[in-house]
Design a binder for this molecule. Structure first.
Ligand code: 13P
Length: 282
């Protein structure tokens, strides 16, 4: 179990992981998991690399018991590991969602007010920060807007980002520097000059959403600007789905129990996550 201030803790907050990453010039992978296999693969990959890890869960999994059950598994896995691991709500849309995640033991939450006008985003984020901090958890928020799919990008502005971080007391700040969520039609080119300006103006760890399909070289450039958390969902989940489809193709009509069927898929996810973790710490 990781030790913080002499006390063993099963799951940690972003503050036990990200400031050091930013200081030392690396980033921590934040993988979106949705079931036992995706969770287990990324945790085993982080263990193999003896690396910190952020396990994150989309807010739709909070609509039933799934997020809580994933949380129970994550906590159990964290207890068996020496490397720090945080459990994070990704893209929380409301304060109620944030409260729900904190109540079921998530050690970190995101409030996403990035579609709101600046002042409203500040107000919502400040309230979420107070809730998270009262629960001993950390908060991530977003400035500018990283769209889903073909939605409109709103690049972050350095002065606004600095004011936002100061006023809201957020612990990690997601910035929009040219990424989008999901697969790209054309490989993205990040605005590294903008990222550098934001990094100089904002002392807290920066977060890059939309890590799928961004070249290693671009990711490493973003890290030099203060990006310390890189979110990856689509690439990992697609690997799971295509991997399962490949197994169906390979096995034809042969029956295999689910766990046996998915073993080779888990191995693919493990290799992918391990390589990504290694890249981000280069
Ligand atoms: P991708 O789905 O593009 O990897 O983005 C993940 C993400 O940013 C989750 O918040």
């Amino acid at each position: 179990m990781p030790c913080i201030g002499g006390v063993s803790v099963p799951l940690v907050t972003l503050n036990e992981i990200l400031p050091q990453a930013r200081r030392d010039g690396y980033a921590v992978a934040a993988f979106n998991v949705a079931n036992l296999e995706t969770l287990y693969s990324v945790v085993r990959a982080a263990r193999a690399e003896n690396s910190p890890l952020i396990v994150q869960v989309y807010q739709r999994l909070f609509e039933d018991d799934r997020a809580e059950l994933i949380g129970v598994m994550a906590r159990r896995l964290a207890e068996q590991s020496d490397a720090p691991m945080a459990l994070h709500l990704d893209h929380g849309g409301t304060l109620d969602r944030v409260k729900q995640a904190l109540d079921i033991g998530y050690t970190s939450v995101m409030i996403d007010g990035s579609a709101l006008p600046f002042e409203e985003n500040i107000a919502l984020t400040s309230q979420a920060a107070a809730l998270a901090h009262a629960a001993g958890a950390t908060l991530e928020a977003e400035i500018g807007h990283v769209p889903f799919g073909d939605g409109e990008v709103k690049l972050s502005d350095a002065a606004e980002a600095a004011q936002f971080a100061r006023q809201t007391k957020v612990d990690a700040l997601a910035v929009s520097i040219g990424t989008a969520h999901g697969f790209y039609k054309k490989a993205p080119k990040l605005d590294i000059a903008r990222a550098a300006q934001i990094g100089q103006s904002v002392p807290i760890p920066l977060v890059l959403h939309g890590g799928t399909g961004v070249s290693d070289e671009q990711l490493l450039s973003a890290i030099t600007c203060g990006v310390a958390k890189i979110n990856i969902a689509t690439e990992l989940q697609n690997l799971f789905i295509r991997g399962a489809a490949g197994e169906i193709e390979r096995n034809g009509d042969n029956f295999k129990p689910v766990d046996v069927y998915l073993k080779p898929v888990e191995a693919q996810l493990f290799d992918y996550a391990r390589a990504k973790i290694r890249t981000l710490r280069r």
